[in-house]
Design a protein around this ligand. Structure first.
Ligand code: ADP
Length: 162
């Protein structure tokens, strides 16, 4: 089914994201997970750190690549010859946001379809912002993010404390 891009902030990548990546990798010949650089958003991890955490988490998936982009998603998708964009839907809130986003994306690149995958029920409440909030209070994030991310976060917290 061609090439797809799965965009997001991934600050950090969660098991919810990973579930979408796995399912997309079964649907498409090639999936690129693209860290979208958003200067207006304050991120905990740098784009390079976020890419490294994603790369470590998708190590077993041969048709998954990791990239980053500082610009408009549809410009990236067109430039890279993507057939589709993949998004995950957790709730009505995600739907409302994506519905409007699709309206504008279609104006920019009507030839590129967006495919929405329903969030796995176990991860419906998992978000990067929720994980960041738990991190701030030294809460337990195991099971919410890949093990590599649990370790990287523990290391980062130590650095901040030192
Ligand atoms: P978040 O919304 O958690 O800050 P991103 O902006 O990085 O994360 O999200 C990137 C994409 O992944 C979006 O399409 C978002 O709807 C989807 N997504 C985020 N968390 C989940 C989850 N737990 N399950 C399924 N899809 C998700």
């Amino acid at each position: 089914m061609g090439k797809a891009v799965y965009p997001g902030s991934f600050d950090p990548v969660t098991n919810g994201h990973l579930d979408i990546i796995r399912r997309a990798s079964a649907l498409f010949d090639e999936v690129t997970v693209c860290v979208m650089v958003n200067h207006a958003k304050h991120c905990i991890f740098s784009p390079e750190e976020r890419m490294a955490l994603i790369a470590a988490s998708v190590a077993g998936l041969d048709n998954v690549r990791v990239d980053s982009y500082d610009g408009l998603l549809m410009a990236y998708a067109r430039q890279k010859g993507m057939d589709a964009v993949v998004k995950g839907l957790r709730s009505g809130r995600d739907f409302e946001f994506e519905n409007t986003m699709d309206f504008y994306n279609k104006r920019i690149a009507p030839e590129i379809e967006t495919v929405y995958l329903m969030a796995e029920h176990t991860y419906v409440h998992v978000s990067s912002s929720g994980v960041r909030e738990l991190m701030a209070f030294q809460g337990d994030i195991s099971g919410l993010v890949p093990d590599q991310v649990v370790r990287a976060i523990a290391k980062k917290q130590q650095e901040v404390v030192l």
